[in-house]
Each structure stands twice: as structure tokens, then as C-alpha cells.
Design a protein around this ligand. Structure first.
Ligand SMILES: [Ca+2]
Length: 101
């Protein structure tokens, strides 16, 4: 499964024609544990099982910043993700949505 298949077609996120492809790839990296750019059936099943865990939000956030897929989050990985200009829009949108509720 491609990042677009997973994020845009399955999750229904960022499917506007002008969506930033970097955001789609970064989000798909949560499920792509081998970081090869594709989500295998096994990776998809593993992602689905993560969502059933009580602490799934923490696991997903960790996987988002685990850039190499080796089970470690480094300052460089977090710094790289947060410095990505496209992420600014994601975090800003989340902040705005949380303030409205
Ligand atoms: Ca993969």
C-alpha cells in the first residue's frame, strides 16, 4: 500500500487536491515500520492492533518520530519533523481544533 492509499484513501485524511505530499508521507511513516515507503499487509495489521491498545496515542506519536524504524526516537528525528514547514500547518490545525472544542 502506498502512503497515499493509506493516508488519503483508507484514513480519509489530506485528500484535498492541494494536500502536501510530505505530510502524507510523514503520516504514513507511522504504519511503515520498515521505512521502505510502502505499507505491507503485516504493517497494516500491526498498525490496526496498535489502535486497540489503551495507550495507542502515545505509541502512534512515538512511531511518528521514529524516523529509522529502529525503536528509538532521537532529538534529531524530532527536530527534523518539527522543522518541516508542512508540520507547522498540521500542529497549528490541531491546536485550533482543540481550542474550538
Ligand atoms: Ca514498509
Amino acid at each position: 500500500m502506498t502512503p497515499e492509499d493509506f493516508v488519503q484513501r483508507y484514513l480519509g485524511l489530506y485528500n484535498d487536491p492541494d494536500s502536501n505530499p510530505k505530510i502524507v508521507q510523514l503520516l504514513a511513516g507511522v504504519a511503515d515500520q520498515t521505512k521502505d515507503g510502502l505499507i505491507s499487509y503485516q504493517e497494516f495489521l500491526a498498525f490496526e492492533s496498535v489502535l486497540c491498545a489503551p495507550d495507542s496515542m502515545f505509541i502512534v506519536a512515538f512511531q511518528l518520530f521514529d524516523k529509522s524504524g529502529n525503536g528509538e526516537v532521537t532529538f534529531g528525528g524530532v527536530n527534523f519533523s518539527c522543522s518541516e514547514p508542512a508540520w507547522g500547518k498540521v500542529f497549528m490545525k490541531q491546536d485550533c481544533e482543540q481550542q474550538q472544542s
